[in-house]
Write a protein that binds this ligand. Structure first.
Ligand code: FES
Length: 162
């Protein structure tokens, strides 16, 4: 049986606050922040979660699917505790990003879009993180890890594995 999807009381209050920022006939404007709340609670956004969000905002489920599947920041499958979003765009690549990326994959023992068997790390390839001058870089949630090299990768992964 699938998990019942229901926001915590705090998150439901937050949804009301977010909806209140927009005109009454523009509830859809609250969709992105409400999807972020959903991902914060469940770690990913399932189709059941999207249906739930559609109900909260008086939308058709397809309107939520369209948005959630467009933005790469929404995880549409279960992910590990730490989602590493590694920049694969040119400027980072030319600063050694490809070699560092190979090292990271080897260190984790996974490829892009995979999760380590201990559930700690999911690896994702993303486009420019707007930190081109500080590459190679990756992001985990709001935190940036910059000027990466193989040694830093080892230190970061070991630190996050504790
Ligand atoms: S190219 Fe990597 S942050 Fe812009």
């Amino acid at each position: 049986m699938s998990e019942k999807i229901e926001f915590t009381e705090d998150r439901l209050k937050k949804v009301e606050e977010i909806i209140g920022r927009y005109p009454a006939d523009r509830k859809k404007s609250a969709l992105l922040p409400v999807l972020h709340l959903a991902q914060e609670q469940y770690g990913w956004v399932s189709s059941a979660t999207m249906d739930y969000v559609a109900g909260l905002l008086d939308l058709q489920p397809v309107e939520v699917y369209e948005v959630a599947t467009f933005y790469t920041m929404f995880h549409l499958e279960p992910v590990g505790k730490h989602v590493i979003e590694y920049c694969r765009t040119g400027p980072c690549s030319t600063m050694g990003g490809e070699d560092v990326y190979d090292h990271l994959k080897q260190k984790l023992g996974i490829k892009s879009n995979e999760t380590t068997s201990d559930g700690l790390f999911t690896l994702k390839e993303v486009e420019c993180l707007a930190a081109c001058g500080w590459g190679p870089c990756f992001q985990i949630r709001e935190k940036y890890y910059m000027h990466l090299d193989n040694q830093k990768i080892d230190e970061i992964i070991e630190d996050l594995s504790k």
